[in-house]
Write a protein that binds this ligand. Sequence first.
Ligand code: AOS
Ligand code: ZN
Ligand code: ZN
Ligand code: ZN
Length: 397
Amino acid sequence: MPTDPIKERVFRALDTFAIEIPSWGFANTGTRFGKYIQAAAATNIEEKFADAAEVHRLTGVTPTLALHVLWDLPNGVADAPKIQALVEKTGIRAGSINPNLFQEAEYKYGSICNPSAEIRAKATAHLLDSVAIGKALGAAEVSMWVSDGSNYPGTQSMRRRIGWMKEALAKTHAALAPGQIMLVEYKPFEPAFYHTDIADWGMALELARSAGPQAKVLVDTGHHYQGTNIEQIVAWLIELNALGGFHFNDRKYADDDLTLGSIDPYQIFRIFHEILFEQSKGGAFKSPAFMIDQSHNLKGKVEAMVQTVVTAQELYAKASLVDQDTLAKLQDSCSLVDAEEAFRGAFWQDVRPLLAEWREARGLPAHPLAALRESRYVERITEERREKNAGGGSSYA
Ligand code: AOS
Ligand code: ZN
Ligand code: ZN
Ligand code: ZN
């Protein structure tokens, strides 16, 4: 049987591709103006695991669920056995553990960067508890988004807060199990609107480095100013062995948390290209954690999650079509138009038929969204959860 090199390349890429889905993607969310209640939204952790299992059944590439400590394990590490039971029941493993340093009123002026030593200690204890949860569940990453910052110039000492942050991160790092990774996420603004304590990848990188070797940077694609060359940041982080993972989503204006690839699919393709370029060199590169961080306020949640996963696979498959050797030669000879054509030519390929073939070869539904509709899963959970959501649903479930 003649082998098809294109198909082989795409299949090889797809076989190693997995993406983590967030528990908060199944719960009721909204905007700062109000919450949009969906009858089918998950109202508790059992339902979140059930939704995750359905997405995994349909796509085969979402074996882990990111957990949010405050929302999913309100009693901290004491809730780990309950989660473990759900892992066993559904076959979905615990993914990244996300501490919550932003919701409690006490954190109004900051958590680990708060001028109050007492509040800093409380926030640090929460980070240590998150590490303990990760250990109990065998979760690979503790994923930290620190929302600390200030709204007005002169109201906080940026310098002293750097010191407090370093102290808390070092303590957290010291508690990690071997192999456990601490991810440091950055974001330029929101909820703070003058200064954010970890505002960009340079700050995140320096903080990760000062915390220790198991700390890496997390790139959320929605956390950059307009026009930022995100793939260049990714290239640098790979170069520095500091890329820990991604929070994928898309945006038009700020941290919009829209469906990956809905606004600018070429950008995700370019990011994947940097990963695949490094992989093609055949070294010891450990692929970063691919995670989804989206809030579907208007779309149906399970449907949107399946659509996201499928889109991520399509863009990854497209990026795998870039012929690295050919591209390198064209770059060396500065054949600009041909190099660009070799690059964007891969982007313009329709890989959907190949994806359907790959899925069938792996015993998965060829068309996950159609299979979701046929299963009537959404109709079923809508009926089951309607009552529970009628009163407004619990916040973030
Ligand atoms: C917030 O903007 C960050 O993207 C967080 O990573 C994320 O949305 C959050 O951790 C969910 O709480
Ligand atoms: Zn994020
Ligand atoms: Zn965000
Ligand atoms: Zn985001």
